[in-house]
Design a protein around this ligand. Structure first.
Ligand code: TXA
Ligand code: MG
Length: 365
């Protein structure tokens, strides 16, 4: 299959969709309407979209990603009117959350209607719905006139894609079209909240636990997959959370302070010690960390360092995290050490992705 790449030059340069860009978005919308597959930018990560009502289309999405078909897809909408046909009913808490966080980086799980086939929901009777705030995504969904099923636009097991170049790496020749709208702002996937029963956080994201709690009036539950590694055979509520996602090719270890620690130097020292030890053993080691950490390390010759942002700058770190994880793959190292953090606000989402990338290998100083 030939994959067309359409670059939205004016949107990338100015943040405004020009007439020329709109022609390209219309072309992409027509592809979706006809049952084709389109990778498109959202504020979180790129999505791999198709008509959510069509079982054949969902199957092609799974095939393009190389994804197990028990892992349900998120259905994207562009206005509140489009929600009602997809679900049995809209719980009061869902309305509350939608008023504050939609459009935006939050996905809500509700009981599905018959409009959404089981092929799209991985066999579940619930559907995950999200209304993105990215102008290109919104325009595309609106013009297509269909609910758009879109998992992250990566090959299964690789980090989610936050640029069109990543989509090209993973999906060229496997889908119809890639809309290039530049890099994604947030960089980690949406917060997923289950509203089909007791309100439960299934995946942390840029809409934080703290923000949800404020709007709901009490703290949602956290699914076990958010809190700890799963035991053999245990099932998370979001089937996708069981996979070792975002996995770089080399094993990754996270190093951070014990809860409540306030001596970041100890983390730097621990990273230094680990690197020295492993280098002596003859391993090729790479460190991914903040700029402050990189400046503080005294590394042996040949140890690669990639930085994902500044200490405390959760927005910057989230935005760069997946790109840095992808970059480590081309470095062909034996081991990766990542600087880790506490879990307040957006850092909960960052640590969730890092822990999964590390297969929960975490050292606390
Ligand atoms: O930010 C995002 O959410 C991005 C962009 C493209 O919108 N999409 C995304 O999709 O991250 P994906 O497919 O990579 O992750 C979807 C997650 C999976 O962990 C899946 O198991 C969960 O959502 N999920 C989908 N439908 C569900 C449902 N009905 N019940 C529970 N979990 C569900
Ligand atoms: Mg994904």
């Amino acid at each position: 299959m030939e994959t067309e790449v359409l670059k939205l030059n004016d949107y990338i340069n100015t943040g405004i969709i020009s007439e020329e860009d709109l022609v390209k978005i219309k072309e992409a919308a027509a592809v979706l309407k006809e049952g084709g597959l389109v990778a498109f930018p959202t504020e979180t990560v790129y999505g791999l979209g198709g008509d959510a009502r069509r079982p054949d289309v969902s199957k092609r999405i799974y095939a393009a990603k190389g994804r197990p078909s028990d892992n349900p897809l998120i259905v994207h909408i562009s206005s509140m009117d489009e929600l009602y046909p997809l679900v049995k009913s809209v719980p009061v808490d869902a309305l509350k959350l939608s008023r504050v966080f939609w459009p935006g980086p939050m996905t809500m799980v509700m009981d599905k209607s018959d409009v959404i086939p089981h092929e799209t929901t991985g066999g579940l009777d619930t559907v995950a719905v999200r209304m993105p705030v990215h102008p290109v995504a919104t325009k595309l969904i609106e013009l297509s006139g269909v609910p758009v099923a879109a998992p992250s636009a990566n090959r299964s097991g690789r980090p989610s894609t936050t640029t069109a170049e990543h989509c090209i790496e993973d999906l060229m020749g496997r889908i119809d079209l890639i809309l290039d709208g530049g890099p994604c702002d947030i960089g980690v996937e949406s917060t997923i909240v289950d509203l089909s029963g007791e309100v439960t956080l299934l995946r942390p994201g840029a809409v934080t636990m703290e923000m949800l709690t404020e709007v709901l009036g009490n703290e949602p539950l956290r699914d076990k997959a958010v809190v700890r590694p799963l035991n053999e055979g245990e099932k998370p509520k979001a089937p996708g959370m069981k996979y070792r996602h975002y996995a770089p090719s080399a094993p990754l270890t996270v190093v951070r302070q014990k809860d409540g620690g306030d001596e970041v130097r100890k983390v730097y020292e621990a990273i230094n010690d680990m690197v020295s030890e492993w280098t002596v053993e003859g391993k090729k080691v790479e460190v991914i960390c903040t700029r402050e950490c990189a400046d503080a390390l005294h590394l042996p010759e040949g140890v690669l360092v990639r930085t994902f942002g500044s200490e405390g700058e959760s927005g910057e770190i989230a935005k760069n995290l997946f790109a840095v994880l992808r970059d480590t793959d081309s470095d062909s190292v034996d081991s990766i050490i990542a600087e880790g953090f506490g879990e307040k606000d957006l850092f909960l989402a960052i640590m969730n992705r890092l822990k999964k990338a590390a297969g929960w290998q975490i050292v606390e100083t």
